[in-house]
Structure formats: C-alpha cells, structure tokens
Design a protein around this ligand. Structure first.
Ligand code: FUB
Length: 311
C-alpha cells in the first residue's frame, strides 16, 4: 500500500522534531560536558560521578562520547584518569580538550598530593587517546579549578579558569606553558551580572565553569553563576581579554543538582548548548548527567533562555 502525500509529509514533519533523549549518557553519571567538533563528529569529554559518592564528589576519571547525528552516541570509555598524573591524589573535576597542530590537549583540575588543587595537561595524538601527562607537574598550581582553553582566529590560545575568581593567561604555541602572568578578570555586576543573593564581597554572579567562544566578531563567555543553586549566564566582549558586558541568564537553575556547567559547539549549521543536571534516576548533586539543547540565536546575537530537560 502506498502512503498518501499528506501522511508522508506528516511523517517527515515528525522526523524533524525527533531529537536525542536527554540525558545523553544514561549508563553512568557524568558531568561537566566539554564538546569539540572533529572530523565530522561531536566529541563530548565529561567528568564522571562515581556511584560511591555520598556527601561530596567522588570523581576519579574522565569519559568520552561522540556522535555524528546528535542522536546516536558512541561510548569511547575512559581515555584519562587520575592515575595518569603521579603528582595527583584525587578530584578529577571539570576539564576540556582542544586541538592544535594534530595534537589534543586535555586540561584538567585535580587535587595534588598534599591537597592543594592544580590544573594539569594531558596530550594525545588521537582525539580518543591514549592521553599521557604532558608536563609531569601542574600547568597552574594556585588551588584553582575549571580550566577552559580557547584558540583565537590569529592563533593565540588563551586559558581561563577559576572559582570564585576568574583568571586568564595566554598560552605559548606548545599549549603546555603560559606566555604571561595570569590576569584577574574584573568581576562586577556590569561585567558578570548581579549575584542572586547579594554579597558585598562578591557582587557579581560569576561562580565557575568559564566557556569562551567567538561568533560573528563577538566573544562570548558562558559560565555557572550563583553558588550553590547554579544557573548559567553569559557576557560578551570585543576581544577574548574583555572588557566583558553582562548579557543575561541562559539557563535557570534546576531542582536536583546544585551545580551546572556549560559547553557549546556549532555543528553542521546548528548550535548546541551542553550542560548537566540530576535527571537520571537517583540523580542529584553528586550523581549528575550530561544533556544538550539545540537553539537558535536571536537576530541581534543574544542567546535565548534555554529550559533544561529535567526528566
Ligand atoms: O564536577 C566538579 C565541579 O562541579 C566542577 O569542577 C564544577 O564546574 C562543578 O560542576
């Protein structure tokens, strides 16, 4: 039996609204998504909440997933864990991978032996690994977290990090050394928005998880705001060094996880915002799950408010 044109059109219409189930990883608890497009696929590097976690994060390795259609995800296992760094004891927190000249650099915050946090770098010749410690010591050893690296069109790479401050430095072309002393970003209500619960010591909403990218000559910084019931906000600037102007809330807070963490890619002409929440069964602040929402920019380049998939 042949299908009528009307029925066929309705089916095609249905197919267009079908999208991947959130959370995109449903076989374990994942957090802190860091997407990157490589060879026609979106690779998402995540951190990993162990099911043994009770009153705090228990995080020992990172995971990697990829897709070429934003619907079917391939599990690449764990290409990196704390055991790759012999100066580290715990806390495999939010990291990110960038590519330069055929090498892949994975920036990760961890607790060093002795307890102080530090940002390490792992390197691999393939995006899926194997990754090895690139330096043998922290790149940044100032008790900081949430590294994010952005390579500008002129080839200059910048690394950002920080909670509760926000810092950045230029990277040398080797991607494993800093070109200059870190610069502390001026956090005010004008640059990073007003804090939800007013705090005179920390008037701006910035908390952690910076994610910088460029679109149409404008630099965007997404970040987690307002500990500890985090929403995602953003600011924009004419350069990757600022000055930043606060632009608004991207994603309101959630009910089941007190953190959130942004990641962004453009893929095949569409825009994807990655985040995490506590939507998996038994999910919560220490048992999180990575999700994604497709969106379109407003005509003036602003980002519309995105509602997370909670269930
Ligand atoms: O996943 C551990 C920490 O929680 C991350 O480093 C922060 O961004 C928050 O998501």
């Amino acid at each position: 039996a042949s299908m009528s044109w009307g029925a066929a059109a309705a089916l095609i219409g249905l197919l267009h609204v079908v999208h991947a189930d959130n959370p995109i990883v449903q076989t374990r608890y994942t957090a802190d998504p860091a997407p990157i497009v490589h060879n026609g696929r979106v690779y998402v590097f995540t951190s990993h909440d162990e099911e043994t976690a009770r009153d705090f994060f228990d995080m020992r390795d990172w995971r990697l997933y990829s897709t070429d259609d934003m619907m079917n995800w391939l599990d690449h296992g764990s290409p990196l864990g704390l055991d790759a760094f012999d100066w580290v004891q715990s806390d495999a927190w939010a990291g990110q991978v960038v590519e330069r000249d055929g090498q892949f650099f994975w920036y990760v915050p961890m607790s060093q032996i002795g307890g102080e946090r530090g940002i390490g770098v792992a390197v691999a010749e393939n995006i899926t690994g194997p990754y090895r410690d690139a330096i043998g010591e922290p790149l940044v050893a100032n008790n900081e977290i949430d590294p994010h690296t952005f390579i500008d069109d002129d080839g200059q790479a910048y690394i950002y990090w920080g909670n509760p401050g926000l810092w950045y430095a230029e990277l040398n072309d080797d991607m494993i050394s800093l070109k200059n002393d870190p610069v502390e970003v001026n956090l005010t209500t004008a640059t990073f928005g007003p804090r939800r619960d007013y705090d005179s010591d920390r008037p701006s909403s910035y908390e952690e998880g910076p994610w910088v990218y460029k679109r149409d000559e404008l630099y965007y910084i997404l970040y987690a705001a307002n500990c500890c019931d985090e929403d995602i906000r953003y600011s924009t600037a004419p350069t990757p060094r600022g000055p930043w102007t606060y632009r608004g809330v991207v994603m309101p807070p959630q009910s089941r996880a007190f953190t959130n963490h942004p990641g962004y890619v453009e893929f095949q002409g569409n825009n994807y915002f990655f985040y995490h929440n506590g939507a998996l069964p038994r999910g919560g602040g220490y048992w999180r799950s990575v999700a994604v929402e497709q969106f379109m920019y407003n005509l003036d380049g602003t980002i519309p408010k995105l509602i997370m998939t909670e269930d």
